[in-house]
Design a protein around this ligand. Structure first.
Ligand code: NIG
Ligand code: FE
Length: 414
């Protein structure tokens, strides 16, 4: 199936295939062609350019895009969208004055999600997660990372990873799977943390890696969760088994997770709401991509990742949704882009770069998605009729997406 999109008002993020991410200072620029055409064949982008150069070739379908923009689908590099139940009661508790830590200490938080997930059947967990995935695909997400981490015991972790695998087999969105064994300490292991960590290292990681259920390894490196030494042990064990590190660090405290993860050549470090100058210097000297999660700051009322400081130091930045039941019950990347602009001082160009090509890099997918590039997947957002692409972050809460193509297929055709 060959489709020609013609008269595109603006074709955004047109990049050469050598570009894997965009560095901090360059993020101010968003490459774009006005009055453009785009040709896709089956699941791939095969040509694009300005209308004057539009070839006259045989195609199966011509779409006159008129006043609409086309851009690559969002690349959401950090989610926990496989979970059992929402946690709206904790949300109300927070409104009434408790904080995230107090809720966790009362048996809420991650432990609460784990209890529910352990009891959930595979089939129900799959169906609930599939609905969330379908929702975010309609909101323009074409590639997504999904973590385990609500199992907190090996069989439940495997159940989560098998759900991710089934989603990946059944949906066109590109899905990358992350094993997050150390998300919180289960109650049975209080005072036996060393035992929990050695089980992760000696049993869980080898089994998950052997069954090829994950590409990445993650740890919640944070005060009261897993410290730097514990994180190092788990990440190194993951690396030994071929898993690439992508780590939760500096959500509430800077405890040394950033220099540790840059030293361990983590692909990404995510959260970074609290970031000091030593952390910035460590990132600057590394190839690690920082990932900001503005939904989490918004929802928990905690500081936003200092995006300006990161980008002004010429460090690349990705943004992601962190979709999860505790700190970000939304996987809407349009809102993430909007918050990046209003709350983190990113320009629309910077935010779109962060949510497309840099997000793709943050999942090891920049050869496949994240830009309008010949040979990449035809994962596209067609906007409604809008005056400029700044309307996307400006119109927070409105849906400016008219049609989404994933793997060259329109979601409207289903
Ligand atoms: O990325 N910080 C750790 N993990 C999740 C939240 C987990 C939860 O509250 O369920 C996050 O924000
Ligand atoms: Fe997270």
């Amino acid at each position: 199936m060959k489709i020609l999109f013609k008269n595109i008002k603006g074709l955004l993020q047109t990049l050469d295939n050598s570009i894997e991410y965009i560095e901090g200072k360059q993020m101010k620029k968003l490459s774009k062609l006005n009055n453009a055409f785009l040709i896709i064949q089956d699941d791939q982008i095969i040509d694009y350019g300005i209308m004057n150069d539009c070839p006259s070739i045989d195609v199966d379908k011509v779409i006159d895009v008129k006043e609409r923009f086309i851009m690559p689908a969002w690349c959401d590099s950090h989610t926990h969208l496989v979970f059992s139940e929402p946690r709206e009661k904790e949300f109300v508790d927070r409104i009434l004055g408790l904080n995230y830590h107090q809720i966790a200490k009362k048996g809420g938080g991650i432990l609460n999600s784990a209890r529910k997930l352990q009891q959930e059947t595979f089939e129900n967990l799959y169906l609930k997660s599939a609905l969330r995935l379908e929702e975010v695909m309609k909101l323009g997400t074409g590639a997504i990372e999904i973590k385990s981490g609500y199992g907190l015991e090996l069989p439940a972790e495997i159940k989560m990873l098998e759900v991710i695998k089934k989603l990946s087999n059944n949906y066109d969105a590109l899905i990358q799977s992350t094993f997050l064994p150390a998300h919180a300490l289960p109650e049975e292991y209080i005072n036996k943390k060393d035992l929990f960590i050695s089980e992760i290292i000696d049993q869980w990681i080898p089994e998950v890696s052997e069954r090829k259920l994950a590409k990445f390894i993650d740890v919640f490196c944070e005060k009261d969760y897993f410290d730097v030494d514990e994180t190092r042990l788990i990440i190194n064990a993951g690396k030994k088994h071929g898993l690439i590190p992508k780590v939760h660090v500096n959500q509430f405290n800077s405890i040394g997770g950033v220099p540790l993860c840059t030293e361990l050549e983590s692909l990404t470090i995510d959260h970074l709401e609290i970031l000091n100058d030593q952390d910035i210097n460590a990132i600057k000297k590394s190839n690690t991509m920082p990932v900001a999660l503005p939904n989490c700051s918004f929802f928990l009322n905690i500081p936003y990742t200092p995006a300006r400081k990161i980008m002004d130091n010429n460090i690349p930045l990705a943004i992601a949704s962190d979709y999860n039941p505790g700190s970000s019950p939304s996987g809407n990347m349009n809102f993430v882009v909007s918050l990046a602009c209003t709350k983190m001082g990113m320009s629309p160009e910077e935010a779109i770069n962060a949510a497309t090509i840099n997000g793709a890099y943050a999942m090891n997918l920049s050869k496949e998605v994240g830009s309008i590039t010949i040979g990449k997947k035809a994962n596209l957002i067609v906007t409604t009729k809008i005056s400029s692409y700044s309307m996307i972050p400006y119109s927070f809460g409105s849906n400016l997406i008219e049609e989404v193509y994933i793997n060259g297929k329109s979601l409207l055709d289903k």
